[in-house]
Design a protein. Structure first.
Length: 643
């Protein structure tokens, strides 16, 4: 089925069992910078899943940089070797090869100390993330002697990596981390031998490669990771990557790993979004080229290989969602692959720099040995009220535990995901919906009743536990004209796809309102969005928000922040701005996207009347994200009594 994906391949003298690799990424934090048992368990699980190559990293080489604030790994002296030895052994014992990605943070290291050039600091992509609130960064430029010292650190780290048992070494020269800051014209404004022309900006990279080779020889293959593009005006472009790749091949580098500056994309981006960079470089060199970036499905990974765009395909977040992705694909069980929805929770500020690795669709990631599934006996029965993602996750975990499960769903499985996945740029959510519905349908321990559950219906059915996941209710606004036929709720519009006029005003600039607006504008509607607060999508991560702002601009959607709806008339709405000045907006239809409110009515009734334990999960507690719904469904199912 996947003729290329599971062919063995070679990088240098190392043979890999397939063409799938796990790119380096912040995994689970190690706050002292050393390999933890939790990190070993994480990579052990990734290896068990069938990935051919796992690249561990980013791993700091400079002793002048500390693990703060992200808990990043270091390999800055020999005392780190034993920890990495345990890690490589765990990966090897489970059938995969492993590489270490050597890097330094540079100007966004902690403590902030050195930068490539003071003039380029404003273009350091990572500074606000690592030093929030700082506007003046206390850096000095690297001196020539300090650059030479830094080069030596890479060589020393490579020696330790070989001793720890790594099969390969990757040097990170992209993403505006350490060496990437030297390579990019955005951050390197030096006028000495390490700045100016492309050759001079890349000089330190070439010196690092030479230093590593001088200290370890050909003992393990060397990979270099490059940006195809900085993806902003004035940044590095693909011609620079081609130049560096050619030179690195001449130097004996075994492979080039290609991505782009914004390597992590949201669900609005196409799959395989960075393969063009790998394809361009591959045409110019003769060594293997690796490609990573939204290779989330076996089909897109196979296509990238079959079309000759790359020799190996990497996927990071898809392996967070389901580390057994490769084994399931090889066995022809693609419907069993729990899909990554590219929601960016795993890289969001809530977790990525200060807490554990998380995944919306896989509660176990980073906690592989912590979330037990305790089995039950004696034919226990459980009722799950509501077939959204919270209810479906709860039902599947209950079935794993051995319960006989009945799901009550009055509409259809999927809940609000049915509406949320309507826009074409929400295809990842449709994959999640397909996954859950197919898993529910083929599980013999789960029965779905398409009916509204009542307390009377649940009585005397022998249920030992009840999980309520009934979702939230649409918030209704109280303004004159709200009952007009031309007024609809955004959720109803996405579900029913009614005929609308040419001009549409959407009330509410949250995620649902913005996505509905873009979806309608792409159909040729003239769309305006009215938002009471000073910012649209205020609960979304800045990266996602910026992408959507670009989509709003591309579709010529007018956005009125700090405006409040006061009246709906025939063919118009009246809104007040921050100074209480009235504005009249012409419109054919008004779409309300004011959010959801929790609906605990049925849960509270069962708590009062049922004689068995009752649990709640998802939007019926408080409307939030897919992450919260799935995790709460999982927790409720695991938390149930087994006595």
């Amino acid at each position: 089925m996947y003729n290329n994906l599971f062919k063995p391949g070679k990088i240098g003298n190392v043979e890999l069992k397939n063409r799938i690799f796990k790119p380096a990424a912040q995994s689970t934090p190690c706050f002292d910078g050393r390999v933890s048992e939790r990190l070993v368990q994480f990579y052990e699980e990734e290896a068990k899943g069938g990935t051919g190559l796992i690249i561990v990293g980013l791993v700091r080489v400079s002793p002048h940089e500390t693990p703060e604030p992200s808990g990043s790994l270091g390999i800055t002296d020999d005392t780190y070797i034993s920890g990495f030895g345990s890690l490589t052994q765990a990966i090897h014992d489970n059938g995969a090869k492993c590489a270490i990605q050597l890097a330094h943070f540079g100007s966004h290291a902690y403590p902030p100390a050195r930068c490539v050039s003071r003039e380029g600091l404003e273009n350091d992509f990572w500074l606000p993330e690592h030093h929030p609130g700082m506007t003046e960064y206390p850096h000095e430029e690297y001196s020539i002697d300090e650059i030479h010292e830094l080069v030596k650190f890479y060589g020393d780290a490579a020696v330790r990596a070989v001793k720890a048992g790594f099969d390969m070494i990757e040097v990170h020269a992209g993403h505006r981390h350490g060496l990437g800051l030297f390579v990019s014209p955005l951050t390197n404004h030096r006028t000495d031998e390490y700045g100016g022309t492309m050759e001079k900006r890349a000089r330190i990279l070439f010196e690092v490669v030479e230093e590593i080779q001088s200290k370890i020889g050909n003992e393990v293959p060397l990979i270099v990771r490059l940006n195809g593009s900085d993806q902003v005006p004035g940044g590095q472009e693909i011609d620079a990557a081609v130049f560096m790749a050619r030179e690195l091949e001449k130097m004996g580098v075994a492979a080039i790993n290609m991505s782009n500056q914004f390597a992590v994309c949201g669900m609005e981006a196409p799959l395989g979004v960075h393969a063009w960079a790998a394809e361009t470089v591959k045409k110019e060199i003769h060594i293997p080229v690796l490609s990573c970036g939204s290779n989330n499905t076996p089909e897109i990974a196979e296509e990238t290989l079959a079309s000759g765009k790359a020799d190996f395909v990497g996927t990071g977040r898809a392996l967070y969602a389901d580390p057994y992705w490769p084994k399931k694909a090889r066995a022809g069980k693609k419907d069993d692959i729990r899909p990554c929805i590219r929601c960016l929770e795993c890289v969001g500020p809530k977790y990525s720099w200060a807490g554990p690795l998380v995944c919306s669709v896989n509660p176990r990631v980073g906690k592989e040995n912590m979330l037990s599934i305790d089995k039950v006996e004696n034919d226990r029965k459980v009722a799950v009220i509501g077939g959204g993602v919270a209810g479906m996750e709860a039902a599947l975990v209950c079935a794993q535990r051995g319960y006989e499960v009945t799901v009550y769903e009055k509409r259809k499985l999927g809940g609000r995901i049915n509406e949320a996945s309507v826009p074409h740029f929400k295809e990842d959510l449709r994959r999640l919906l397909d996954y859950y519905t197919k898993q529910i349908e083929k599980n013999v321990q789960i029965k779905v009743l398409y009916m509204e559950a009542t307390a009377e219906e649940l009585k005397d059915k022998g249920y030992s536990n009840i999980i309520v996941a009934t979702g939230g209710q649409k918030i209704r606004l109280r303004v004159p004209g709200i009952e007009k036929d031309t007024v609809m709720n955004a959720i109803d519009v996405l579900r029913e796809k009614p005929e609308l006029g040419e001009k549409v005003v959407i009330i509410g600039g949250g995620t649902v309102g913005v996505e509905t607006g873009i979806w309608l504008a792409e159909q040729g509607k003239e769309v305006s969005i009215v938002e009471m607060t000073s910012e649209i999508m205020d609960r979304e991560y800045p990266y996602i928000k910026n992408v959507y702002k670009g989509m709003l601009s591309d579709n010529h959607i007018k956005v009125y922040t700090e405006h409040k709806l006061t009246e709906i008339g025939d063919g118009y709405v009246i809104v007040l701005d921050a100074e209480n000045a009235e504005h009249k907006l012409e419109t054919d239809n008004v779409i309300i996207s004011a959010g959801l409110r929790p609906d605990t009515t049925f849960h509270d009734q069962l708590l009062a009347e049922a004689d068995v334990p009752v649990y709640a999960a998802g939007d019926c507690i408080r409307p939030r994200k897919v992450f919260d719904a799935i995790h709460e469904g999982n927790i409720a199912a695991r938390d149930m009594d087994i006595i």
